[in-house]
Design a protein around this ligand. Sequence first.
Ligand SMILES: *[C@@H]1O[C@H](CO)[C@@H](O)[C@H](O)[C@H]1NC(C)=O
Ligand SMILES: *[C@@H]1O[C@H](CO)[C@@H](O)[C@H](O)[C@H]1NC(C)=O
Ligand SMILES: *[C@@H]1O[C@H](CO)[C@@H](O)[C@H](O)[C@H]1NC(C)=O
Ligand SMILES: *[C@@H]1O[C@H](CO)[C@@H](O)[C@H](O)[C@H]1NC(C)=O
Ligand SMILES: *[C@@H]1O[C@H](CO)[C@@H](O)[C@H](O)[C@H]1NC(C)=O
Length: 389
Amino acid sequence: ARSLDKLYNFADCSGLHLIFALNALRRNPNNSWNSSNALSLLKYSASKKYNISWELGNEPNNYRTLTGRAVNGSQLGKDYTQLKSLLQLIRTYARASLYGPNIGRPRKNVIALLEGFMKVAGRTVDAVTWQHYYIDGRVAKVTDFLKTRLLDTLSDQIRKIQKVVNTYAPGKKIWLEGIGATSAGGTNNLSDSYAAGFLWLNTLGMLANQGIEVVMRHSFFDHGHNHLVDQNFNPLPDYWVSLLYKRLVGPKVLAVHVAGLQREPRPGRVIRDKLRIYAHCTSSHNHNYVRGSITLYIINLHRSRKKIKLVGTLRDKIVHQYLLQPHGKDGLHARSVQLNGQPLAMADDGTLPELKPRPLRAGRTLVVPPLTMSFYVVKNVHALACRYR
Ligand SMILES: *[C@@H]1O[C@H](CO)[C@@H](O)[C@H](O)[C@H]1NC(C)=O
Ligand SMILES: *[C@@H]1O[C@H](CO)[C@@H](O)[C@H](O)[C@H]1NC(C)=O
Ligand SMILES: *[C@@H]1O[C@H](CO)[C@@H](O)[C@H](O)[C@H]1NC(C)=O
Ligand SMILES: *[C@@H]1O[C@H](CO)[C@@H](O)[C@H](O)[C@H]1NC(C)=O
Ligand SMILES: *[C@@H]1O[C@H](CO)[C@@H](O)[C@H](O)[C@H]1NC(C)=O
């Protein structure tokens, strides 16, 4: 109870919504879920009126390895149905959201598990969830983070999940529930480095493009290295990427057309390249920019700078540049970053620094330095697609 109080208060104070994963490993002799402990927790939580959403377990495809006892998809589906009935009996949670099954990488056996689950509980969950870790934590190298093939593994996985979900529960939302650069808690000096940001920012762009609306980062703070803040709560590079993304990038995705590449830009071609350009409507929560502005975010994995000329209605607009580069002598291994040449650090324990853009005069070519991430707000475009919610 005390742990739940602390966790809930942390989330509540931070303006976050808590999704609590109940323990799925309590099993009856016939392998069905023993919900008696979960019920105690639900009752306690309801007595405190905690607004929580729920799920059951974590990476069920690993239960055999972890506990010696496998749980198949249809059994897990029944367990979720049972949990849904429990929630409906408790007034506070009668309409609470339920998410799952939180599976790992969709290999063949995992897809089979998902199919079994979807047949039974596809309509019971509010979103279907899965997790993705790019690299085996034990073998990661900094150059791995620059491989376009690695960046694209996620795209194939989304398609596999979408296929199953659309078969059993067409239109059901899909969420990426856990994501990290490397598995097994991450790799020291790599998964918390500037270079790991390429995977993170590309994940956000690629998923938004493929219609995935929610991505949960594993993790905010932990003893591993996939976290966003270090042991002293100082933000790491992925934190700054996330903060800029939150401030500048709205949910609405725009198509990007790139001309002047050597190859004819077929759909997807540019995305697979080393220069990745994403465009969204600028976040409407950002009051520095009027509705109708556009945010581009760019990952340049080339070892040379790239020049981008905006054309059409974007041609003669003032652009605000937010260029993130590694800070210090560690290069791509850096754990601190600079924004437009200024190192980023907390102003004090509770205050984020001002994120100052560099204004570029109208019509100027964007020059994207090698191996960088950057955001560009094209001001006052009055883009029709971005003027309304
Ligand atoms: C379920 O677990 C509780 C303890 O958590 C135990 O008292 C109970 O007997 C279990 N039920 C069954 C059917 O095994
Ligand atoms: C499995 O065991 C539990 C607890 O004993 C019981 O409530 C449930 O009905 C059993 N399920 C099946 C399918 O036999
Ligand atoms: C609980 O939180 C969800 C998600 O933030 C919100 O949509 C819902 O309105 C909240 N429910 C109550 C009763 O406050
Ligand atoms: C799934 O597991 C349950 C419980 O162990 C078992 O009764 C059922 O036959 C299994 N279903 C399939 C399709 O393997
Ligand atoms: C990680 O970096 C720190 C500081 O740059 C250094 O002291 C440490 O030895 C590095 N650890 C590994 C495993 O490379």
